[in-house]
Design a protein around this ligand. Structure first.
Ligand SMILES: [Zn+2]
Length: 88
């Protein structure tokens, strides 16, 4: 009973937020409030997309080189396991 009431409160609060939160976004790196139009944080140089999540934080652009590095590391690890244990 109390739980559903608390959830209602959160939902209604979230519904009233977008109009107010549209003008600012928060840096996901240093949590500074920034103008919504800004694309790079002046405090920490983090690139921020013109999209905000439900908490008002700007989204970081996807870091493809990090994904690639992660994929490469996994590929090497799997290759090593195959070479060390499965090959013969
Ligand atoms: Zn920042």
């Amino acid at each position: 009973m109390t739980f559903s009431k608390a959830t209602e409160g959160v939902v209604s609060m979230g519904q009233t937020m977008p109009g107010k939160a549209a003008a600012i976004k928060r840096c996901p790196e240093c949590y500074t409030n920034l103008p919504f139009e800004i694309s790079v944080c002046p405090w920490c140089n983090q690139k921020i997309q013109n999209k905000i999540d439900k908490h008002g934080y700007g989204k970081k652009p996807i870091n493809w080189s990090a994904y690639l590095a992660c994929f490469f590391t996994w590929a090497v690890a799997i290759l090593y396991i195959w070479w060390a244990f499965i090959k013969n």
